[in-house]
Each structure stands twice: as C-alpha cells, then as structure tokens.
Design a protein around this ligand. Structure first.
Ligand SMILES: [Zn+2]
Length: 285
C-alpha cells in the first residue's frame, strides 16, 4: 500500500516528533463554530484519487456497500485502541477523516440477547430451555420480583422440595439472585419472544458486543504545548504512533477506494417495484 498520508518520524528526536504533531493537518470535530479540532486528513476525491479514476469515484460515493466496507476498517481500528480513539468522516459531504476520542461502555450495561429474525437487542437474558434445578429457583425469583423471598418460598414450597432444596438453601439462592438483579446483571425475561417483531427467536450473546461512546465535541491536542513537562519522550512517542496509525488507516481507506474504482463499475439498472392499489370491480351476480 502506498504511503500517501503516513509519514516516517524519527522517534528518537523530540524536535522531529513535536514538529510532526504540531504541523499535522487538523479539522473540526463538529462544526466550525464549535472551535474544537483534532488530527485529520483531507480525503476529498479530487485530492486523493488519481485523475483517471475520479469520475468513477464520484459515482462510488453514493454506494452504501463501499462505505460499509470503510466503516468495518474504522471499527477494527478503534477496537485496537479499546474504543478510546475513533476515526470518522466530517465536513460537508464528508471530505475529511477526523480522529475522535471515545470510551468503551462497561459490558455489564450492554444488551444480553438479540433476535435472530430482526436483530433487535434485549437487555435481559433468554431463560434456559432445560433449566437445572438451581436455574429453576433463579427463574422463580425473576417471575416474582416484587415478592419477598419467604413468600416466593411459601408459594412454591412443594416444587422447591421436589427439586431437592431445603428452605435455607433456597432462600440463599433467592437472595444472591436479587443482589445480581439490583446490580443490573443476569436478569431473565419470561420467554424468548422478541419485543419488536414478537418472533420466539431471541438468543443470548456468547460474548456481548462492546458498546462505546464517541465524544464529538472533545478536541485533541488543540494548541497543546508539547514542550511542557507532561510530555516526556514516551508520551510523545505514543502520541506520534497513534497519529501515524490514524494516517495509515486513512491510507487504507484511500487504497480501498481506488481498488473499488478499478474493480467495479456503477451501472444503472431498472427495478420493478411491486405496488398495491385499489381498483373498481363490478359486483358479481
Ligand atoms: Zn425480532
């Protein structure tokens, strides 16, 4: 891949690193009136795409598939930084890629299950299909959350004894589960039904997806004094490596875009759209 944005920097030289960081292209993180900027690159077609591919490139700007591919690159890159750093398009018609700050959310607060039919997330777990005796007790707590533990026991005494639990053991399991619920974890819904499309198709995540926040108003190193004591050589190197890696990501985006220009053409096709309308029909006699 051609190094278009990415530059070599002498990581032994303080002056070279400061020079690189302070002279790097910057752009607004939101609007010009927010006065908040970060490291960025200009990725306008007329700037980064060779002349012979530019017409094709403008057509590709309307293709969702291309941008989906680019966003996969962005999210893989952010994952490397545990979502502390993100890349995103900004500017009128998205002509710039900007380095954003962000933060991963605790997986505890994320969705626990999702619908196989429509993809809808759910913050509760699907109850187990063949629950163990202990899980049966845990489900009792979820089905009767407003009841006191002793009441849950009394109302289900027979069942609980048949499952092989003494009163004390059952109450201990109830208490532990209620503690988990109050901490926002491990709550079961009553069935695997999806709340959106109502299909009985919800399944639990094996590894819940990481959710993150991006802080679009936060500037990065705006007017930063890299000569101050806070910036020792190691912190400077880390920051240079981050920006170099961001530049490399922008090079990947550019290479991907050029590859699409070479390997695909945008064609116009006619599509037949099924349509419903109401018509008049004589009554049959
Ligand atoms: Zn659904």
């Amino acid at each position: 891949m051609e190094n278009y944005f990415c530059q070599k920097v002498d990581l032994r030289s303080r002056a070279a690193m400061v020079q690189f960081l302070t002279s790097h292209f910057r752009y607004n993180t939101m609007n010009s009136w927010n006065n908040s900027t970060s490291y960025a690159n200009n990725v306008k077609v007329n700037r980064i795409i060779p002349r012979e591919h530019q017409d094709q490139a403008y057509n590709l700007l309307e293709q969702e598939a291309v941008f989906h591919h680019i966003h996969v690159l962005f999210s893989e890159w952010a994952e490397q930084y545990h979502y502390r750093w993100h890349a995103g398009f900004n500017g009128r018609s998205g002509g710039y890629i900007v380095l954003y700050q962000g933060q991963a959310e605790s997986p505890k607060s994320g969705p626990k299950s999702y619908c196989l039919e429509c993809g809808q997330h759910n913050f509760k777990l699907v109850p187990p299909e063949n629950p163990t005796p202990e899980q049966r007790l845990i489900l009792l707590v979820h089905q009767n959350q407003t009841w006191r533990d002793a009441v849950i026991y009394e109302n289900n005494e027979e069942l609980i004894k048949n499952l092989g639990f003494e009163r004390e053991a059952a109450l201990a399991i109830f208490a532990a589960e209620k503690r988990k619920i109050s901490q926002g974890a491990g709550e079961f819904s009553s069935s695997n039904k999806c709340g959106k499309c109502h299909a009985p198709a919800r399944v639990n995540y094996e590894t819940p997806p990481t959710r993150f926040n991006i802080f679009p108003v936060r500037s990065t190193d705006m007017g930063e004094d890299f000569h101050s004591e806070d910036w020792d050589m190691e912190s400077l190197r880390d920051r240079v490596r981050l920006v170099q890696s961001f530049d490399q990501l922008c090079d990947q985006v550019r290479a991907l875009f050029i590859a699409y220009c070479k390997d695909y053409r945008v064609e116009e096709v006619e599509v037949m759209v099924p349509q419903k309308r109401k018509i008049l029909k004589p009554v049959e006699v």
